[in-house]
Design a protein around this ligand. Structure first.
Ligand code: AMP
Length: 175
């Protein structure tokens, strides 16, 4: 029997204890990114939910780029990166959000998004939802209509979905 997309994502994820800091179990999706069959299954799964429904795909630095670019290409729409502060040249829009300790800032280039554009936002892991909800605010600042947020893997015990209440949210696999 063919594997479900959830099985594929879970089988291709490596758990790394105490990375990047003690007590964190890091979900390493490198095995998935290294497998053309798994990547094809992931991209096909995301694409069939959004074909003809979005004008643009945005990915969150850095692993959101790995999934976002092939999804954008398959949907025949453009890709716009949401980057950490200081990486993008020229004029940018930015959004600062709270982390467990301190704050972080993400940016997009001014003019990268047409007002009213329907956007699919992608990342690898949905943890607390802080990053994804800041990215949604950033995209809305630019006038985008955020149609959906998708992550390959959701850490349900961190309840990140509650930070994204007003955006349809989907994960290919959940732990
Ligand atoms: P959060 O803002 O807490 O939802 O964290 C989401 C961002 O941090 C994503 O861009 C993930 O790549 C990364 N991240 C957070 N927790 C983990 C984890 N346990 N394993 C892998 N990546 C994580």
């Amino acid at each position: 029997m063919a594997s479900s997309i959830e099985q594929i994502v879970l089988e291709q994820t490596r758990d790394v204890a105490d990375f990047p800091s003690p007590g964190v179990q890091f979900k390493d999706l490198s095995p998935l990114f290294a497998s053309p069959a798994a990547m094809r299954a992931v991209v096909d799964d995301i694409v069939q939910r959004h074909r003809g429904e979005v004008d643009l795909v945005c990915g969150i630095e850095a692993r959101g780029f790995v999934v976002g670019a092939p999804v954008a290409l398959a949907l025949d729409v453009g890709f716009v990166p949401v980057r950490k502060a200081g990486k993008l040249p020229g004029e940018v829009l930015s959004e600062t959000y709270a982390l467990e300790y301190g704050t972080a800032t993400i940016e997009i280039q001014t003019g990268a998004i047409q007002p009213g554009a329907r956007v699919l936002l992608l990342d690898d892991v949905l943890a607390t939802g802080g990053t994804a909800s800041a990215a949604v605010s950033l995209l809305r600042q630019a006038g985008a209509r955020v149609r959906a947020f998708e992550a390959l893997l959701e850490l349900s015990f961190l309840a990140g979905r509650s930070a994204l209440e007003d955006v349809p949210t989907h994960a290919l696999a959940t732990v």
